[in-house]
Design a protein around this ligand. Structure first.
Ligand code: ADP
Ligand code: MG
Length: 319
C-alpha cells in the first residue's frame, strides 16, 4: 500500500464545512464572523504515552480526545483537525480500527479531518485541532480571581488507577477495572461543559497532568493561590469504598494522576447556582473543591482544617 493509498483509504472523508480538505498542499477553511480561531496540538508517543499493543480503535479515539480536551478547556467549539502519523508499518487491520476510533469521536463532535502528514518511523500520533470561540470569550488560565470557587468535573483518579492496574500495581475488582481502563483508554473530553462555561467561569484548564499540577498552572498564570479541601474531592468509587491501606495510592491517583481529562475551573460565588444547574443536563458531576485566595501556591486541607503535605504534584516529562 502506498502512502497515498493509505491516506485515501483511511483518512479521507467528506468535509462539508471545509473549503478544501485532504489532497492539496494545504487545507482551506473560513472562520465564522466574530469568532477567534483556537489552535492546539497534542502528541502521543508510543511507549511513552501508551503501550504499543494498545487497542488501535481506542488509540484513535484517545489521539483526538486529548486534543478535544484542550479546546474544551478554552471554551472553544471544535471544527477541524489535522493528523500527523509516524508508523513503523502499514497494517490494514490496525489502520482501519485506528481510523474508525478517530472518526467516531470526530463525528460525535462535528470535527472534520482536513489534512496531516504520514511517514514511516516509531509509532507517534499527533493532532492539531482547530476550533472557534467568540472574540474575547475564551477561558484562559490567567483569569482566576481571589474569592473564586474552584471546581472540577467528573471524578478524579480513575485513569491513574487504570494505569496502576495495567502495571500490576493494584488488582481491581472486575467492575472497577472496566471503569478505570475505559477512563484511561477512552477518555471523554468535556467539550459541552467548556462551551457552557463561557461567560460563567473566570479560568479553566483540563487535568491532563494531574489536578494539583494543572491547578498550579492556573494559579501561576493568574498570580493567585488556592485552598483545596481533600475531603471534598470527587474521588472515584473504588477509593470512596476501599478502606485502609489505600491512602497513598488514593492520594497519588486523585491529586497527581494524569490522563484524566476532566476540567478544573474557577468561577465567582455568584455563579454557583448556574454552574450546579449544568451538571444534570451534561450528566456530569460538578464539585466545588476549594477557593482562590491571595498569595502563592496551593494549600491542601483535611476536613478538620489541618494541612496535608503534598508529596508529588503531577507528571512532568523532563522532571
Ligand atoms: P505534501 O507532500 O504536500 O506535504 P503529503 O503527501 O504529505 O503532501 O499529503 C498529501 C495530502 O494528504 C495532504 O493534503 C495532507 O494534508 C494529507 N494527509 C497526509 N497524511 C494525512 C493523514 N494522516 N490524515 C489526513 N490527511 C493526511
Ligand atoms: Mg506532507
Amino acid at each position: 500500500m502506498s502512502e497515498f493509498d493509505l491516506i485515501r483509504r483511511y483518512f479521507t472523508r467528506p468535509t462539508p464545512n471545509t473549503n478544501l480538505g485532504v489532497g492539496d498542499d494545504a487545507a482551506l477553511m473560513t472562520v465564522s464572523p466574530g469568532m477567534e480561531l483556537a489552535v492546539s496540538t497534542d502528541m502521543l508517543v508510543g511507549g511513552t504515552h501508551f503501550y504499543l499493543d494498545t487497542d488501535p480503535r481506542q488509540l484513535g479515539h484517545k489521539t483526538l480526545a486529548v486534543n478535544l480536551s484542550d479546546l474544551a478547556a478554552m471554551g472553544a467549539q471544535p471544527r477541524w483537525a489535522t493528523l500527523s502519523l509516524s508508523l513503523p508499518q502499514a497494517h490494514d487491520d490496525w489502520l482501519l480500527a485506528f481510523s474508525e476510533g478517530f472518526f467516531a469521536l470526530a463525528d460525535a463532535h462535528g470535527v472534520e479531518l482536513v489534512g496531516g502528514d504520514t511517514t514511516r518511523g516509531p509509532l507517534n500520533l499527533s493532532v492539531t485541532i482547530m476550533g472557534e470561540v467568540p472574540q474575547g470569550q475564551a477561558l484562559r488560565r490567567s483569569g482566576a480571581q481571589v474569592g473564586d470557587d474552584i471546581w472540577v468535573s467528573g471524578v478524579l483518579g480513575e485513569a491513574a488507577l487504570g494505569l496502576a492496574q495495567l502495571q500490576d500495581r493494584v488488582q481491581l475488582p472486575e467492575g472497577a477495572r472496566q471503569t478505570c481502563l475505559a477512563a484511561l483508554q477512552q477518555p471523554q473530553p468535556r467539550v459541552e461543559l467548556g462551551l457552557a462555561l463561557r461567560g460563567l467561569a473566570h479560568s479553566a484548564i483540563d487535568i491532563s497532568d494531574g489536578l494539583l499540577a494543572d491547578l498550579k498552572h492556573i494559579l501561576d498564570s493568574s498570580d493567585v493561590a488556592a485552598e483545596v479541601r481533600y475531603d471534598r474531592l470527587p474521588k472515584c468509587a473504588y477509593f470512596a469504598t476501599s478502606g485502609a491501606g489505600m491512602d497513598m495510592l488514593a492520594q497519588d491517583c486523585v491529586l497527581s494522576g494524569g490522563d484524566g481529562y476532566e476540567l478544573c475551573f474557577t468561577a465567582p460565588l455568584a455563579r454557583r447556582v448556574e454552574i450546579m444547574a449544568l451538571a444534570d443536563p451534561l450528566h456530569l458531576p460538578l464539585t466545588r473543591i476549594g477557593q482562590i485566595v491571595s498569595g502563592q501556591g496551593c494549600k491542601l486541607r483535611a476536613a478538620d482544617g489541618s494541612v496535608i503535605r503534598i508529596e508529588k504534584e503531577g507528571y512532568d516529562h523532563f522532571a
